[in-house]
Design a protein around this ligand. Structure first.
Ligand code: SF4
Ligand code: SF4
Length: 680
């Protein structure tokens, strides 16, 4: 029990800390408020449930770094429970005679949980400190060629981690010691085994005055420390405890993992498109900086970072975070200006190294979207600064003038020539069931043409009524959008929507062999008024097999490994269908370690296909990294489901002496169909 003097002092401390906490949290809210748009709070009950789910699942961290995640669960759940413990401790300390359900099962279970969680938190935090400071886990470091603010490079994260670690150790350790002193004073408690052990081992025999002093000392350390730390929360990575769930709660709905939102190009009041300075980012992206735990999980899976480039999505978030941290009062008070993100958060080369693979979004345990920051910066670079890699000009001009980034001028129908049957256009078969969206690759790239022929053959053999747009089809604008050229994307989208609607594709189904076209038409045109039911060809094949419409010969093909395209598996969650198709084709599937949602990019996405790959310190190309992994499975065939992956893997295969065959799933299915069909 606290003395009257202690109670007065404590109330004073509570008042001071609450005012200081309100001040720093208000600053944090004001900084987030500088961003564009709004935090999403519609359907609030559902959003609150999303936040609570994120809190208790810890952003599903257990999918990766399993041991570290287990320790993190212990620390996180323990710390959450300690919120209740702190409140009850304060009330017990302040109100003479108050005890929390003493003598009944609720009180017993509460003390047991507090005792065990304290142990879990202490063990977990010691693990994290040892991992960072003793083992110096390389996963927590960032390579020198990546832009990092001086403060971070000079050990800012280590200091932050040390402060947070010591705070938790002292806070929770003191609470446990306080309970131990109480047991030493009042007798053993079977519901507090850890505190019992400490009391009986280290405290027995101490005089009553020492036990009373010990209890008071540790009560003040435990409760006083949390109060003093509260205003400091917005400055530390510990803010992720509540900013992470808040981030999940206030995120926009996305039609697919990395959905980019439409820019209103007609709004004449908008002077800045894309993000030049911090304020140009959406509010949610500023919140990301506060939520970031600096775990480097995103960096670890980033294909650009993995191959030595200047890009680390983690560094981008960390730089934003430290920029805010160092300028928080000024930013909160509305100071205008600010330096360009390119000058402190990310280098120009890093901006153009992103493949838009979405892995940084998928893996982030606090719901951050570094990829979308990069897309916003690219929009500024292209639309406001006219600064972008020279090679992209060719693709832009091709899309603008010829309707395709290849700058091809021939007919989009030439791929049909080798087929032993006619491929009808929508004019020739207006009652089609499926519109086969060929895509620019399918129309002009010889490898992709083989795939589209295979898809057409499957449709033909399965008696599916289909048609194509022929020369009326133009590029979807996917690369233009990912390269930051939103006006060009919107122009392409508007033209395609008009064509698709005139062909009544909005009343039918669309099938395509390109995951980028699949995503753009099916998941992005909606914002532009085009609503379509679209399938990737592996989905349709899987469906046709399921309905017995495709007869496969069941002969076992060679060993095959499947490379999940980022815009199929990760961005759209289509993992099973290609595998169903491959299984039906009789292949023995050998999975690469990075598959499904964890697939490693081929290196072509995010408009990389149209430019030179940025230089990295290792000199390794993204496709070479992936190809090595495919080869290590021992498979003879590298199956793909995207024309860009096909080219990238074929290039790597050629450079490695054609050790594998690179073939689309559709081609393997055609081979297993028995009917003699021409795909070449
Ligand atoms: S989208 Fe992919 S390439 Fe771009 S930053 Fe994220 S992980 Fe790296
Ligand atoms: S952005 Fe997410 S995954 Fe990347 S370092 Fe921050 S918390 Fe970790």
């Amino acid at each position: 029990m606290l003395s009257a003097f202690e109670r007065i002092m404590f109330l004073l401390l509570v008042a001071i800390c609450l005012v200081a906490t309100a001040n720093t949290f208000t600053m944090m809210a004001r900084v987030i408020g500088r961003g564009r748009g709004a935090l999403y709070l519609d359907e609030l009950p559902r959003r609150v449930m999303t936040g609570i789910a994120a809190l208790f699942t810890q952003g599903r961290i257990i999918r990766h770094r399993k041991l570290t995640s287990l320790f993190h669960y212990g620390v996180a759940f323990g710390f959450i429970f300690y919120g209740l413990v702190n409140i009850i401790d304060v009330v017990e300390g302040l109100i003479p005679g108050f005890t929390f359900f003493e003598g009944n099962i609720i009180g017993h279970l509460f003390r047991l949980a507090a005792d065990l969680f304290a142990a879990a938190v202490l063990i977990g935090v010691i693990y994290f400190l040892l991992r960072r400071f003793a083992a110096q886990d390389p996963a927590l470091k960032t390579r020198d060629n990546v832009k990092l603010m001086d403060r971070v490079r000079e050990g800012g994260i280590a200091i932050d981690s040390l402060i947070v670690g010591m705070f938790i150790l002292t806070h929770v350790g003191s609470r446990l010691m306080g309970a131990s002193f109480a047991i030493a004073q009042h007798g053993p408690d079977p519901w507090q085994p850890v505190a019992n052990f400490i009391a009986s081992t280290f405290l027995s025999g101490l005089p009553p005055e020492a036990l009373t002093f010990g209890w008071h000392l540790f009560w003040w350390l435990a409760v006083g420390l949390i109060l003093i730390f509260m205003p400091y929360f917005p400055y530390t990575k510990h803010a992720h405890l509540f900013m992470g769930p808040l981030n999940f709660m206030t995120s926009p709905e996305r039609t697919y993992l990395g959905q980019m939102k439409k820019l209103d190009l007609d709004d004449e009041t908008i002077e800045q498109f894309g993000a030049n300075v911090l304020d140009d980012l959406p509010k949610k992206h500023i919140l990301d900086a506060y939520a970031c735990i600096m775990c480097n999980r995103c960096q670890e899976v980033c294909p650009a970072y993995t191959t030595g480039k200047e890009l680390s999505p983690a560094a981008l978030e960390i730089n934003k975070r430290y920029y805010i941290r160092e300028n928080m009062p000024a930013l909160a008070s509305g100071a205008t200006g600010g330096i360009s993100l390119i000058d402190f958060a990310i280098s120009e080369s890093a901006v153009w190294a992103c493949t838009a693979c979405g892995h940084c979004i998928e893996i982030c345990p606090v719901g951050n979207v570094p990829m979308l920051d990069i897309m916003e910066i690219r929009r500024d670079q292209v639309m406001m600064q006219s600064e972008f890699p020279e090679q992209l000009k060719g693709a832009f001009i091709g899309m603008e003038r010829m309707g395709n980034p290849w700058q091809a001028q021939q007919s989009r129908m030439e791929w049909t020539a080798p087929l032993p049957f006619e491929v009808p256009t929508v004019e020739e078969n207006p009652d089609y069931e499926y519109l086969l969206w060929v895509g620019c690759a399918g129309a002009f790239n010889p490898d992709a043409q083989k795939t589209v022929r295979a898809v057409a053959t499957i449709l033909h053999e399965a008696d599916v009524s289909f048609a194509i747009l022929g020369d009326d089809e133009t590029c979807t604008g996917d690369s233009a959008r990912r390269a930051g050229n939103e006006p060009l994307f919107q122009a392409m989208a508007e033209a395609n929507i008009e064509t698709l609607n005139a062909a009544k594709a909005n009343e039918r189904r669309i099938v395509t062999s390109c995951p980028h076209c699949f995503t753009t038409i099916g998941k992005e045109y909606g914002e532009m008024g085009g609503h379509y039911t679209i399938f990737h060809h592996t989905q349709l094949i899987s469906d046709l097999i399921g309905r017995g419409k495709l007869r496969l010969n069941g002969k076992t093909l060679e060993k095959v490994t499947f490379h999940d395209p980022c815009y199929l598996g990760r961005h759209n969650g289509i993992i099973a269908d290609p595998r169903t198709a491959l299984a039906a084709a009789g292949v023995e599937l050998l999975e690469m370690p990075r598959h499904g949602k964890d697939s490693f990019c081929c290196g072509a996405g995010g408009a990389q296909y149209w430019k030179e790959e940025e230089h990295g310190v290792t000199g390794e190309k993204v496709n070479a990294n992936r190809y090595r992994e495919a080869q290590a499975t021992g498979a003879a065939v590298l199956a793909v489901g995207c024309p860009f992956c096909s080219t990238m893997m074929s290039d790597a295969n050629r450079e490695h002496g054609d050790k594998m065959q690179v073939r689309d799933v559709a081609e393997l299915v055609v081979e297993a169909m028995g009917a003699p069909v021409a795909t070449n």
